[in-house]
Design a protein around this ligand. Structure first.
Ligand code: TEU
Length: 604
């Protein structure tokens, strides 16, 4: 007798009818039906179990999971008016180039009105465009140009703090009884100095700034010009939701939430344990009410638009990250953690085994629920080829392509940083005068005040300073790399003579065209988006090997992270392996890889 089980699956319309035929043996009537009912229930429950791993993810397809995000740092992309600073008209003039990359989302770093103490991450007017970058009309033209090319736009939402020049803060600091006072975190001086709070950018590392105007301290986790907004104040939250709706109504496609893990505060500002700075995400981040605010934001704003959301920072535990992005939380779509990007920042602390361990840990933790972003660089980090590859003349090309292969074959949404598609490298300034970044400059001042080792500091900045990742885009080999006709706000890397888009565009074997091929391959193979990830040969110190599998389709990825030949033992029969993409002509098919060799195989 056939039995039907009805299982409601998500998304609706893909209901599963499990049909089972059960044959009833000769037992007495009553016990027959009881045991039959129990049996049916067991069968049905097992067939209705929520699908796991790639099936779960495959059942929950979303455009932002299948997207490839290209991060444009507007200050350094293309200058259209010769003032040496990139701008919106400059980006508009390069939209066909961006389209040629095959990516489908652009993330723009902040373009709002700002005094630029932290390059736009100190906003003084959230509904206006920074003068150097252009006008609101330029923004509307940019958005239109992107959408005409089927490219979505996500904006940077910097609301953990504002600029100290924002009208809100001007009013807030003007008097203790000003209606805007509670828009920020103030501590009246008569209560004594508040408990210490570390600041990422403050010259004294002190997040409490004394303000004589009202004899009180205000909180700033970043620079003193970036006072933290008081998210505990519902009026502040309403202001921010209205700002998000302003941009949502303009038709943008998403928000990247800057430093948002720190937005909710424990306003008792009690004394923290001695070494709290070593785990700042734990003590500053993920305060319980953060989730209340995100669910409120989702209710008030996000669900009214077809937008994607990504949080910068995912707390200090996997559970923290899940709480931000799991589908049933109704908070955000994804978050990016710092566990991997921080590997190797301390000299000699880099190891491929640690790199593999971290990425595999996060992948398996998010195999069934939630979703991850995959990145190796952004505006807060040095260039990926200089950090995780090898930017010597001999290996820059191969290792750039190898790292691109990694980003485009991992599960999660790839975030790819402007210029990495050319293999742009660190600039490694010798002189502090060449730096423009508040983080590097203030840390240098702080170290000087403390009598620290300035030479060692300068050496370290050549490896990790943010300005290494912010040098102007290298369009061609002319004096300022085709970025500007004026004096660039930050020096152009002299290696633009050989590393530039114009040269690489016409060279089929260039890093640029390899990037285009890798993007195309990911777009044509959903297994690279949703497929199960399996780490292979995990203790191999030189090669990162993994497979991606979905509905019987299997892809193998081999990446040699060394400048020497290496062997990998995947235990997979390579005789049926078809090469889909490789960064060497006639890719290896025997597990013996050349320096920085990368190969993607389809396994039959
Ligand atoms: O960065 C937040 C953050 O966590 C920083 O500590 C960041 O990781 C650090 O700068 C790394 O060196 C965000 C933005 O991405 C960054 O550009 C801003 O400077 C910062 O917030 C303040 O808005």
């Amino acid at each position: 007798m056939p039995i039907f089980c009805y299982c409601q699956a998500e998304p609706p319309g893909q209901d599963v009818f499990a049909k089972y035929s059960i044959f009833v043996l000769n037992m007495n009537a009553m016990s027959n039906y009881i045991s039959l009912a129990i049996l049916t229930a067991i069968v049905c429950i097992s067939s209705c179990q929520a699908p796991t791993g790639e099936t779960a993810q495959l059942n929950d397809r979303k455009w932002w999971k299948e997207a490839i995000v290209y991060q444009v740092y507007p200050r350094s992309f293309k200058d259209s008016d010769g003032d040496g600073i990139g701008d919106l008209k400059g980006i508009i003039s390069k939209l066909d180039y961006i389209k040629s990359l095959g990516i489908d989302v652009v993330w723009l770093n902040p373009i709002y009105t700002s005094p630029n103490y932290d390059n736009g991450y100190d906003i003084s007017d959230y509904r206006n465009i920074m003068t150097e970058f252009g006008t609101m009309q330029d923004f509307d033209n940019l958005l239109k140009g992107l959408h005409e090319r089927n490219i979505k736009l996500i904006m940077d939402l910097v609301v953990n703090h504002s600029s100290a020049e924002h009208e809100w803060f001007r009013k807030s600091r003007s008097a203790r009884n000003n209606p805007y006072r509670n828009y920020y975190h103030w501590w009246p001086a008569e209560k004594g100095k508040p408990a210490p709070r570390f600041s990422f950018f403050d010259v004294n590392g002190d997040a409490w700034e004394y303000d004589s105007l009202t004899d009180a301290y205000y909180l700033h986790y970043f620079a003193e010009q970036q006072p933290d907004l008081n998210w505990e104040n519902p009026t502040v939250r309403k202001e921010i939701y209205d700002i998000m709706k302003f941009w949502g109504d303009k038709g943008i496609d998403g928000f990247r939430l800057d430093a948002f893990q720190y937005a909710a505060k424990d306003t008792t500002f009690s004394t923290l344990p001695l070494d709290y700075e070593k785990n700042i995400a734990k003590y500053y981040g993920m305060q319980p009410q953060l989730h209340t605010y995100l669910q409120e934001m989702n209710q008030e704003v996000l669900r009214q638009y077809d937008v994607m959301t990504v949080a910068e920072g995912a707390g200090s535990t996997l559970a923290d990250a899940h709480a931000l992005v799991d589908a049933d939380r109704n908070e955000l779509n994804m978050a990016y953690h710092f566990d991997a990007i921080d590997i190797g920042k301390e000299k000699g602390s880099y190891s491929l085994l640690e790199f593999k361990r971290v990425y595999s840990k996060w992948d398996s933790a998010f195999a069934d629920d939630g979703w991850l972003s995959i990145y190796l660089a952004n505006h807060d980090n040095a260039r990926m080829v200089s950090r995780f590859g090898n930017d010597s003349e001999e290996f820059r090309d191969r290792s750039s392509k190898m790292l691109t292969t990694f980003i485009m074959t991992m599960r999660g949404t790839p975030y790819y940083y402007y210029g990495d598609e050319l293999g742009m490298t660190n600039i490694r300034f010798d002189n502090m005068e060449d730096y423009r970044d508040i983080e590097t400059l203030n840390k240098f001042k702080k170290l000087k005040l403390e009598g620290g080792d300035l030479i060692q500091f300068k050496e370290k900045q050549k490896r990790v300073a943010r300005d290494n990742g912010r040098t102007p885009f290298q369009w061609d080999n002319t004096s300022s790399a085709g970025f500007t006709t004026g004096t660039p706000w930050l020096k152009v890397n002299p290696n633009h003579k050989t590393i530039n888009a114009e040269a690489q565009d016409k060279d089929q074997n260039s890093v640029l065209n390899y990037f285009r091929a890798a993007v195309k391959l990911r777009k044509e193979n959903p297994v690279l988006v949703y497929g199960a990830y399996t780490l292979l040969d995990k203790d191999n110190p030189d090669v990162y090997a993994y497979s991606r599998e979905q509905n019987g389709e299997k892809i193998l990825v081999l990446l040699n992270f060394q400048g020497t030949s290496a062997t990998v033992n995947t235990g997979i029969d390579m005789r049926n392996a078809n090469v889909l993409l490789g960064n060497y002509p006639n890719a290896s098919v025997d597990g013996k890889l050349r320096p920085y060799e990368a190969v993607i195989y389809k396994l039959d």
